[in-house]
Design a protein around this ligand. Structure first.
Ligand code: ZN
Length: 259
């Protein structure tokens, strides 16, 4: 294909760029072309984003596996467009579902993504399914529900459930004095002073906004951002690992825990 005496690649972005330079295009057509080009730019940015700490997507098939809990590489085994959007220049999937298979455990996870390839929801939901069986049942259940809320963007609900997991942790492991504290932060501080909570976890808790925002009633909660809800979830996950899973593993290694 030859335009203006030069060879142009077959890619849509390149031909759109060439068309945009044409003085015959109307202002509205040029604006539409700009829209298409910025969409392509965003798509390529999404594809470059590789982060093994985040749940896997089609654009970034690395991360924790909801089945086996390992950080793994995934293979996209099936992909279907759920909804296709059209501009005057192009058509693109604005909602897509894919099955990603874990190279470790060989099980599949369903991932729904938006037009930029960012994850909207995952099944199975990463959460209590991969926690050690020795984790307190109430704590595991609240954490699991918090994770379910997080993966559908229900950040306030997620924060409420993560706080609930922490209250249940205090009830399970805290002294009577810690349990009688009305606010989570004070209760956790008590546990740190009693030697029931590792100092680094207390330092982390002390810096979490969402542990200082509790009102007297559920309707008093402030808005919760994605970063705050995710941060709180990470804290609860580390606390579970440190306070339940590591001691259980130690007992197993010493032959002192039979299940
Ligand atoms: Zn796996």
């Amino acid at each position: 294909m030859v335009i203006h005496g030069g060879t142009v690649s077959g890619s849509m972005a390149m031909s759109a760029a060439s068309v945009m330079r044409s003085p015959r295009l109307s202002v509205a057509a040029q604006a539409r072309t700009h829209e298409s080009l910025s969409l392509w730019k965003n798509l390529s940015m999404a594809e470059k984003r590789a982060n093994p700490d985040t749940l896997p997507t089609r654009a970034d098939p690395t991360g924790p596996c909801p089945w086996c809990g390992r950080v793994s590489n995934f293979e996209v085994t099936t992909s279907v467009d759920l909804s296709v959007a059209r501009t005057s220049q192009m058509a693109y999937a604005d909602c897509r579902v894919a099955v990603l298979t874990c190279h470790g455990c060989k099980k599949g996870t369903v991932v729904v993504t938006d037009n930029l390839g960012q994850g909207l929801m995952w099944w199975p939901v990463p959460g209590a399914g991969i926690l050690d069986t020795q984790v307190n049942e109430g704590v595991a259940s609240a954490y699991d529900e918090g994770m379910r809320s997080l993966t559908v963007g229900a950040y306030r609900a997620a924060a409420v459930m993560f706080r609930s997991a922490l209250h249940l942790f205090v009830k399970d492991k805290g002294s009577e004095k810690a349990q009688n504290e009305r606010h989570l932060k004070s209760a956790l501080k008590h546990m740190k002073n009693d030697g029931d909570l590792h100092r680094s976890l207390w330092d982390w808790a002390d810096h979490l906004n969402q542990l200082g925002n509790e009102g007297a009633h559920p309707e008093d909660y402030d808005d919760v951002t994605e970063a705050e809800a995710t941060g709180l979830g990470k804290f609860v996950r580390h606390l579970i690992r440190h306070e339940y899973e590591m001691p259980a593993q130690l007992l197993r290694d010493q032959g002192l825990l039979e299940e």
